[in-house]
Write a new protein. Structure first.
Length: 90
């Protein structure tokens, strides 16, 4: 016996959002990366200003990538799921 696919279930409360499209993912990444880099740049400006540009970029990427991947992106995925499930209910 197979289990019903939640996306095709007749019960709309069980509807699950699929993966984001390329365009949605690009927007989500931009929404995660831009503010994170802006805050890091403003917070660490005095210290980063003393570093060479390549080292500055390395430091920023080393700090920003885990924040974006483990902190911001999961929140954006949950928000997207909530938005899509609300629009499916209406």
């Amino acid at each position: 016996m197979t289990t019903p696919n939640p996306r095709t279930s007749a019960d709309p409360s069980r509807r699950v959002a699929g993966p984001p499209s390329k365009h949605q993912l690009a927007l989500m990444i931009w929404l995660a990366v831009f503010p994170t880099l802006t805050v890091l740049n403003l917070t660490l400006a005095d210290w980063l200003g003393t570093l060479a540009p390549v080292l500055r970029t390395f430091v920023l990427a080393t700090i920003a990538v885990p924040i974006v991947i483990y902190g911001v992106m999961p929140q954006l995925h949950r928000l997207r799921t909530r938005i899509l499930s609300r629009s499916a209910d209406h």
